[in-house]
Design a protein around this ligand. Structure first.
Ligand SMILES: C[S@@+](CC[C@H](N)C(=O)[O-])C[C@H]1O[C@@H](n2cnc3c(N)ncnc32)[C@H](O)[C@@H]1O
Length: 255
């Protein structure tokens, strides 16, 4: 039996329930699936605590002889799990130079990075910008704590600090995506703490451009009026122009 298989079974059962625990279970199962489908992944986890995600990753890589999980936490979490595929490093998760000195093989590339340490946008920004160049092409970065919905006023986990922190992290990820959409895909799951996923489309060694923050527009009438008086055009779908992102079904001849 694989390590922590009972825990995985509990997650699988929870994912079928109609209660809200299925969202939390699905987040962990998504990462388990991603780790399982890779041949011998190098996984780095930022934030260990009691080791829920640690156990999920160790279960996923158990039968992969060259796979590794490196887990980083500012506190001593070395007893959170046990496996010869696991190495725990106690340090600040944003200090990539210190981590590379301790684990130089990470320079050859990381397949999966899980960001779940200090939940502030400043810290997540340091983590993603310092780790990105070590992510392999088609490698993934998961980010926990990006959904503010469950923490909003009168919602089931009402908490003003978590609501704001999670929204700031999601805004940051949106802003990074905006200026890097040629090198990352971006997927979001909501419902529990929320899980975001970047898939790196550029090569190992490539870095991220700085985020592009744009304030959201509200008050549609005001903005439409402003466009009118400044003679600015709004985007219109038109698959006859080269600006269109639509793939015209008429342009394929197979059916
Ligand atoms: C939400 S918990 C991690 C949960 C874990 N991934 C799991 O699934 O059970 C966050 C962890 O991040 C750690 N942490 C907080 N700030 C940190 C920092 N600057 N560097 C590294 N770890 C940090 C905390 O000690 C805590 O254990």
């Amino acid at each position: 039996m694989k390590p922590y298989e009972n825990y995985l079974d509990t997650l699988r059962r929870s994912s079928k329930e109609r209660s809200e625990t299925r969202f939390a279970a699905n987040q962990l199962l998504e990462m388990h699936y991603e780790a399982s489908k890779r041949e011998n992944p190098v996984i780095v986890e930022l934030g260990v605590d009691k080791g829920q995600s640690t156990k999920v990753f160790l279960n996923a890589i158990d039968e992969k002889p060259y796979a590794k999980l490196i887990s980083v936490d500012i506190l001593d979490c070395k007893n959170a799990a046990k496996s010869d595929k696991w190495e725990f490093v106690q340090q600040d998760s944003a200090d990539i130079e210190a981590l590379i000195l301790k684990k130089p093989f990470l320079k050859d590339g990381i397949d999966l990075l899980y960001v779940d340490s200090k939940h502030t946008d400043e810290h997540v920004m340091k983590e993603v910008y310092s780790f990105f160049k070590y992510i392999k092409e088609n490698g993934v970065i998961y980010f926990d704590d990006i959904d503010s919905g469950p923490y909003m006023r009168n919602q089931r986990k009402d908490s003003v600090s978590l609501e704001i922190a999670n929204r700031k992290i999601l805004n940051l990820l949106e802003s990074i995506f905006r200026s890097n959409h040629s090198s990352i895909d971006f997927i979001i799951s909501r419902g529990s703490t929320g899980l975001a996923k970047y898939i790196k489309k550029s090569k190992l060694g490539d870095e991220l451009k700085p985020p592009l923050f744009i304030n959201e527009r509200r008050f549609s009438l005001f903005w439409r009026f402003l466009k009118l008086i400044t003679f600015k055009k709004s985007y219109q779908h038109n698959n006859k122009t080269k600006d269109s992102f639509l793939i015209d079904p008429g342009s394929t001849n197979s059916d």
